[in-house]
Write a protein that binds this ligand. Structure first.
Ligand code: SF4
Length: 252
């Protein structure tokens, strides 16, 4: 069931489902993903999103960090009512939650805010305070990776807003691939877009965008692990800047 909370934010209280009988065979999904990855390389982002929406129907969702609403907006044009999964870690900037609420209020999508099993206070009690400053991988596992896996139950495919120009670690991002860890198809419709493409889309469609970009942040995650970036730095240089860590573990 979905219950209203935090204004227009929605808190998804669905319990984890361990068995999903209507789920498609992972080997079939893998073959589908590999073929689509080849055939859709170079296709416009909207066509990639349309393929996913038509192929998977309501077993397809979008994930969004609410840095901006470009992907949610794009997919909503071919799949109005699509689920948009947001991982509400409890450690987001207020500006990020404002984008989440604006998306829920203004776009034809169904925002699902997924919370970790432990509140920040409970996690402090079990693991000690400021786990992010000592063991960010463990913190991301608890507050992002496990919640995403729980959230993706019931879907065969999910879309993410990864782009090749964001960082060297994302330079080979395929437009469609198979995620073996989760046994699902992962769709990256805007993988080939540049920052200029994103900016043009935001301007053309007046898409909600996180206020923090205007204040010098190149990439936006939880507040304890995000700093402003300087001129010439890659946009993700401000994430986990104290650690040899560039990804939270969602995109493996
Ligand atoms: Fe924890 Fe930082 Fe990961 Fe957020 S980004 S879950 S605060 S380690």
């Amino acid at each position: 069931a979905l219950v209203s909370a935090a204004g227009l934010g929605l808190v998804d209280t669905r319990a984890a489902v361990t068995a999903d009988p209507s789920r498609r065979d992972p080997d079939e999904l893998r073959a589908l993903a590999e073929r689509a990855g080849r055939e859709l390389e170079g296709a416009p982002a909207l066509e990639i999103a349309r393929w996913a929406a038509e192929t998977f129907g309501d077993r397809f969702c979008v994930t969004s960090s609410m840095a901006d609403a470009v992907l949610a907006h794009l997919v909503s044009r071919v799949a109005p009512g699509v689920d948009v999964v947001f991982l509400d870690t409890g450690l987001h900037f207020p500006e990020t939650l404002a984008v989440r609420d604006e998306v829920a209020r203004t776009l034809p999508v169904n925002v699902r805010s997924i919370r970790p099993r432990l509140t920040v206070g409970q996690q402090d009690g079990e693991y000690g305070p400021r786990l992010f400053s000592r063991s960010p991988d463990e913190c991301c596992q608890l507050r992002k990776v496990e919640p995403l896996e729980r959230a993706l139950t019931g879907y065969d495919a999910w879309a993410a807003g990864l782009r090749r120009d964001e960082s060297p670690t994302r330079a080979n991002t395929p437009v469609v691939t198979f995620d073996p860890r989760r046994g699902k198809v992962k769709v990256n419709p805007i993988a080939a877009w540049t920052q200029a493409d994103v900016d043009a889309y935001i301007g053309r469609w007046n898409v909600p965008v996180n206020e923090l970009f205007r204040r010098g942040y190149g990439s936006i995650g939880c507040w304890p692990c995000t700093r402003r970036t300087g001129a010439g730095e890659d946009p993700r240089a401000g994430r986990w800047a104290m650690f040899e860590k560039t990804e939270c573990g969602l995109h493996v």
